[in-house]
Design a protein around this ligand. Structure first.
Ligand SMILES: NC(=O)c1ccc[n+]([C@@H]2O[C@H](COP(=O)([O-])OP(=O)(O)OC[C@H]3O[C@@H](n4cnc5c(N)ncnc54)[C@H](O)[C@@H]3O)[C@@H](O)[C@H]2O)c1
Length: 335
């Protein structure tokens, strides 16, 4: 059995992003605020993320900026959440390649050279494509994505698994579905409508959805996403047969079913559907995911369904709207 280093000093890349912002706060509660270094790219964090512990700027595509922070804080664990997401990636494919591939390679090289304890790197349901079975998509299946984002995520999974096998770096990752959250707005993905619709319900009472009403995609609520991520990182390495490519599922629903669930709480809520370029991306992704490998190997079990998530989302957003701060926003841009 290989000896594994402890996770004592953690760095989060992309910590100002949708997932990184809530993951960082959860990690600080779990491991101690001073032991979790949040890093951002251009924007300064606000609130608990800013005041709750150390914060540094790095560009993951510039390895020396990452190395400097890892060495300054004696980092042994990286949660690598920095990336360019699907919709932005289609607009700027070279940027997506540079950040998602060269940035990841820099993280893995820093981990290999310094013998870090563990690295987390998220993949996505974007690794699948139109040739993949769309219902109950298996763990092992056809990976032929048609977006640059998907190409970088398949390549990233392969690169991570190569570092596990070839260099013994302990890299772990999951294929997140669309993540729905109440704190930080999503950063340019295809499932952003499933967050924006809640804000619109609270703020305006109507929403124009950029995918068709019958578009079904796998989704997950942020508390499950954060808990599952930390659970995988704390799992016993010797129990894992997969490493960087776990299917991870929670719930699936159509845009119309999401609107209907919100209408139970906001009866006058109106939604119209005007599909744009993101419809084609959504149509290339699965409807539902088989995540039995994650359940067997590290005990993954989601807690929220559509009804529970909707009640929680609306309660949180209504509370903020009543206090005049529905949108939490980002801090000023770093020079
Ligand atoms: N949110 C989802 O629904 C979802 C679904 C599947 C997979 N994922 C994956 O989860 C991870 C986190 O996603 P997210 O939703 O929090 O994304 P996000 O867009 O909200 O945040 C990503 C962060 O990365 C930062 N970044 C961009 N370029 C950078 C660079 N060169 N150096 C350093 N930082 C840089 C951005 O400033 C941003 O704050 C990504 O790998 C993403 O592909 C997310």
């Amino acid at each position: 059995m290989a000896e594994r280093r402890e996770m004592n000093r953690i760095l989060v890349t992309g910590a100002v992003g949708q997932i990184g912002s809530e993951l960082t706060v959860a990690l600080r509660h779990r491991y101690g605020a001073e032991n979790v270094v949040a890093t951002g790219h251009r924007t300064k964090p606000t609130g608990e993320l800013c005041e709750g512990g150390p914060f540094e700027y790095i560009d993951v595509a510039q390895r020396q900026t990452l190395e400097a922070v890892v060495d300054k804080y004696g980092i042994d664990t990286i949660y690598h959440m920095a990336a360019i997401l699907s919709a932005v990636g289609e607009e700027r494919p070279l940027l997506a390649w540079n950040v998602n591939i060269n940035g990841l390679h820099n993280v893995l090289e820093v981990a290999r050279e310094r013998g870090l304890a563990r690295v987390f790197c998220p993949s996505s349901i974007a690794v699948f494509g139109p040739d993949t079975p769309r219902d109950d998509t298996p763990q092992e299946t056809i990976l032929r994505p048609t977006t640059m984002y998907g190409v970088t995520k398949v390549s990233g999974e392969l690169l991570c698994d190569y570092y596990v096998r070839r260099f013994g770096v302990d890299v772990r990752g999951v294929r997140y579905p669309g993540i729905i959250s109440s704190e930080t707005l999503p950063g340019g993905g295809t499932t952003d409508y499933a967050v924006a619709i809640y804000y619109a319900a609270v703020e305006k009472g109507h929403y124009t959805c950029f995918v068709r009403e019958d578009t079904v995609l796998p989704m997950m609520y942020m508390p499950d996403c954060v808990r599952g991520t930390i659970d995988l990182m704390e799992a016993d390495f010797d129990q894992l047969r997969h490493h960087a490519d776990f299917n991870m599922s929670s719930m699936s629903f159509s845009a119309g079913e999401l609107a209907a669930e919100i209408k139970k709480h906001v009866p006058d809520f109106e939604v119209e559907y005007k599909p744009d370029a993101r419809q084609a991306i959504a149509d290339s992704w699965p409807c539902s995911i088989d995540d039995s490998a994650a359940r067997e190997e590290w005990g993954w079990q989601p807690e929220y369904d559509l009804a529970a998530m909707t009640a929680d989302m609306l309660a949180k957003l209504r509370q903020r709207a009543a206090a005049g701060r529905l949108y939490l926003g980002e801090g000023p841009t770093c020079p």
